[in-house]
Design a protein around this ligand. Sequence first.
Ligand SMILES: Cc1cc2nc3c(=O)[nH]c(=O)nc-3n(C[C@H](O)[C@H](O)[C@H](O)COP(=O)(O)OP(=O)(O)OC[C@H]3O[C@@H](n4cnc5c(N)ncnc54)[C@H](O)[C@@H]3O)c2cc1C
Length: 465
Amino acid sequence: MKQISERVQLLNEKSANNDGKYVLYWMQMFKRTTHNHALNFAIEQANERKIPLVVYEGLKFYYPWASDRLHTFILEGVEEKRGEFEKRGIKYVFYLQKDENSPKDTVAKLAKDAALIVTDDFPCFIIPDHNKAIVKKSEIPVYAVDSNGVIPMSRFEKEEYAAYTIRPKVRKMVGDYLKPFAEKEVSVKADKLKIDCPDTDVNEKTIEKLVSECAIDHSVKPSFLYRGGTENGRRRLKKFLKNILEDYDEARNKPEKDGSSRLSAYLHFGFLSSLEVALAVKDSDAKQESKDAYLEEIIVRRELSYNLTRFNPHYDSLKSLPDWVQQTMRKHIDDARAPIYSLEQLEFSKTYDELWNAAQREMVETGEIHNYVRMLWGKNVIGWTKSYEEAFEILVHLNNKYCLDGRNPNSYAGILWCFGKHDRPWMERPVFGTMRYMTSNSTGKKFDSKKYIEWTKTLGQGKLF
Ligand SMILES: Cc1cc2nc3c(=O)[nH]c(=O)nc-3n(C[C@H](O)[C@H](O)[C@H](O)COP(=O)(O)OP(=O)(O)OC[C@H]3O[C@@H](n4cnc5c(N)ncnc54)[C@H](O)[C@@H]3O)c2cc1C
């Protein structure tokens, strides 16, 4: 593996196929046609070789937590990409692999006629393994391109300890990267290119049926609140800039209000780039305190999470926690916990704690939990399970199963934060040791928790505030 520029890694040492008919961009996580460094790099490669570009996007049925909710959200972004790529002379193929009888190995097959492969460098979940697998199968160069954040992940040389260690580095570099993105265009159009690959016809009318035909978890229903795709993300961004950003510094901590951007699902699936969102916020007329608070979240906090999963191979376990947490967990491992809840009780909001149940309901019904109650949601489970490991597993499972923005570096960093990652020791107490402690009682007094709880009870009827 060789870092060939700030955002591009060459994952193998193969020579390009000079008879290749096209450059293949395997789009995995940056599901967008603009502000996409991987797409731009693929266009450059195609133009240098004077051949067309093929963008391939696949959706398989067997990735962890595959469900109607996640599939629908992804499929909602397909038709607009097809239209956009067609206009730009780029061949776009989308293949929905419904079950084990469907054709397999489509990327490897497409690679046979390609000069080289470009793909997304996303530092967690199934993507690093996908990239290793395609390298094994390929006789041509495979490039992985980082279009995750405003600042390239390679600009940080090691795992950062906390926000206070990454923040000064971000401040120094951000001016070099928080700039308008120069989009590239292909010089050879793919209009006449014929390729042998299944291509699924996805549009608003076919999505429900297509999803029902997939061998996935049909019990997690599509979100009534969030619809996938870049256009829907941009619509929400526009509303956020116009009506919400001005008071973001305060309203973001009020789960009973529509006071934050609610863009994390669009960012996770790459429908929006954080650069596009951060630039729009920076250039808006909102008050500086709100702009600063937002840029802190979408750059400093978000990129701290990506740094964690890029550099820490144990990001999916408690092994990634710092020494002070390991020590305090060892000391308090046998502390009595009561009550103890099963996964099922937690999943179906059957605890004594009304505020926690409401957060869980929000997640199950909408595919998101508000940040403020999400912290409490995670913390409480530590006190209600037999061991720290069990708490971690349940939190990862529920978050990744129900949340549209789950399976993301922020998912692991957010859950690990509940166990002290990126935090500091606090006053010692049972079970939590010196990890920061939060109670529903005190958290619930900081906002109108009654209103929030009542709102979550109306969610089945599809109402938002
Ligand atoms: C237990 C727990 C689990 C979490 N799981 C996820 C997850 O699965 N996916 C996810 O994207 N975020 C997760 N977070 C972080 C945070 O809760 C969400 O990013 C936020 O609620 C998204 O809502 P929003 O888009 O309205 O955020 P806004 O307040 O509008 O913030 C804008 C963007 O900044 C980023 N951001 C905001 N807060 C954080 C944070 N604390 N850490 C890192 N980035 C942040 C997100 O990309 C967000 O979309 C988790 C936090 C906790 C405590």
